[in-house]
Design a protein around this ligand. Structure first.
Ligand code: ADP
Ligand code: ZN
Length: 286
């Protein structure tokens, strides 16, 4: 019988736990709110223990978190705005409570990217960029089949982008104000226009400006990484017509230099499931 693998997706507001098989197929999952580390991970462990013996665990987590397995502080949260998690070590916790368990960790966007490459919008591709535009802006990058990690992990949301000539909004990033995330995230839209992103009507000026910012950031990413496919997901990306606007601006900014950037932009296929499937795939490879 094939081994049962545990998967955990830690989000800013919700957590998902699951069990699956080595092929990365989910057998059962459970969602609940993210609170303190001890409480959240305690619920996860009780849920797994009631169902199976756990030897391998894949984790998709919010960041910033150390994902380099060769570092002593592998699995430790760095300066996250979520105070209770700052300095908390996932690896230490699970090694203490789940004796002998093998743990593999990636960021939530990296895990979503892995899942989309395994069975979603980038099936069979090697050079893929996954960008999520929601409460924050984040990216996962795969180059020639390798997940790009760097010394911590990519933080593409904090790229500096060209300002829209009609935009006087100071920016929503607490660190840099008008970085990409500071100008294009859901909270940025809400602060600039005075209504939550999902309540802004389809023909509101907000969406022309949003497309401008998203296309500028994606254009910079394409110039650096030359991806075969760009996947844009997250709550804000679901605004009606936004994908098409961004795709056509990508072609305008390319000015005939890059081949068909707009056509490379697609929506994710796995939606809400991408993170937990990615975590399961990580666990299966641990
Ligand atoms: P999170 O980033 O917390 O995982 P989401 O990806 O759902 O969550 O992003 C939340 C943001 O997406 C909020 O700012 C919300 O207003 C915005 N949003 C959600 N749905 C839509 C929609 N259909 N159109 C535009 N914005 C949306
Ligand atoms: Zn920033």
């Amino acid at each position: 019988m094939s081994e049962v693998i545990a998967a955990l997706e830690l989000g800013g507001t919700k957590t998902v736990v699951a069990l699956g098989n080595e092929a990365g197929n989910l057998l059962e999952e459970f969602r609940f709110p993210t609170t303190t580390p001890e409480e959240t991970l305690g619920i996860a462990m009780d849920w797994w223990r009631a169902r199976a013996d756990i030897h391998r665990l894949g984790i998709a987590s919010f960041g910033p978190i150390r994902i380099d397995a060769t570092r002593e502080d592998y699995g430790t949260f760095l300066t996250t705005p979520k105070q209770a998690w700052q300095g908390f070590s996932l690896t230490e916790f699970f090694h203490r409570h789940l004796c002998g368990v093998k743990v593999k960790i990636a960021t939530d966007v990296q895990a979503a990217l892995l899942a989309e490459m395994d069975r979603g919008a980038a099936l069979g591709l090697q050079d893929v960029l996954y960008v999520t535009v929601g409460t924050g802006v984040g990216a996962g990058i795969c180059s020639h089949g390798n997940l790009i990690k760097g010394t911590l992990h990519p933080e593409m949301g904090h790229l500096m982008v060209r300002r829209h000539p009609d935009d006087s909004f100071v920016g929503a990033c607490p660190y840099h104000r008008d970085c990409w995330e500071g100008l294009a995230s859901g909270p940025a839209l809400e602060q600039r226009w005075g209504a939550p992103a999902h309540e802004l009507p389809e023909h509101h000026d907000a969406w022309e400006m949003e497309a401008y910012y998203l296309a500028h950031g994606l254009y910079a990413a394409c110039a650096m990484l030359s991806p075969e496919r760009l996947i844009m997901g997250g709550g804000v990306s679901q605004a009606p017509g936004l994908h098409a606007k961004v795709a056509s601006l990508l072609d305008v900014y390319s000015a005939g230099y890059f081949e068909a950037l707009g056509k490379r932009l697609v929506a994710p296929l796995l939606g809400q499931q991408a993170g937990i499937i990615g975590a399961l795939l990580l666990g299966a490879k641990s």
